[in-house]
Design a protein around this ligand. Structure first.
Ligand code: 5GP
Ligand code: ZN
Length: 115
C-alpha cells in the first residue's frame, strides 16, 4: 500500500534517508525539514493514505497514542513545556504533501505563537 510517486512513502519505508527519531512496524517519525520549532517532528505511516479520510482502522487507532508518546518524550528530552498535534487535510487546509502525516510541534515557554 505505497505510492511510487510519493516522497513520504519513500521516506517512511527507508528508501530515502531521513532524521528518524522513532520507528515501528507501521510508522516512522522524522524531523521536519522546515521546523516550526526546535524538534518539530512528523509521524508518517508506512502505508500511503492521502489524508485522514482514508486511514485504515489500525492506523487511525495508533496514530494519536503515538503522537502523545512522542510529545511526552519531547517534554523530557527537549524540555518543551507543551506540544501541538496538528494534521492538515487538503491544499485548502495547508496540506502540501499528500501522504497523511501528523505534526508534533514542541512548544517552549515564552516561544512565539506559531499554530
Ligand atoms: P503539510 O503542510 O503537508 O501539513 O506538512 C508538510 C511538512 O513536511 C512541512 O512542514 C514540510 O516542512 C515537511 N517536508 C516536506 N518535504 C519534506 C522532506 O522531504 N523531508 C522532511 N523531513 N520534511 C519535509
Ligand atoms: Zn505516500
Amino acid at each position: 500500500m505505497t505510492d511510487d510517486t510519493c516522497i513520504f512513502c519513500k521516506i517512511a519505508n527507508g528508501e530515502i534517508p531521513s532524521a528518524t527519531v522513532y520507528e515501528d512496524n507501521m510508522f516512522r517519525v522524522i524531523l521536519d525539514l522546515g521546523p516550526a520549532s526546535k524538534g518539530h517532528a512528523l509521524i508518517l505511516p508506512k502505508n500511503h493514505f492521502p489524508d485522514v479520510c482514508g486511514l485504515d482502522g489500525e492506523t487511525a487507532a495508533r496514530v494519536l497514542p503515538l503522537g502523545a508518546k512522542i510529545g511526552a518524550a519531547m517534554k523530557k528530552s527537549l524540555g518543551c513545556a507543551g506540544f501541538n498535534l496538528v494534521q492538515n487535510n487538503g491544499e485548502a487546509a495547508g496540506q502540501t504533501v499528500m501522504h497523511f502525516h501528523m505534526h508534533v510541534i514542541p512548544r517552549y515557554e515564552g516561544g512565539p505563537s506559531i499554530v
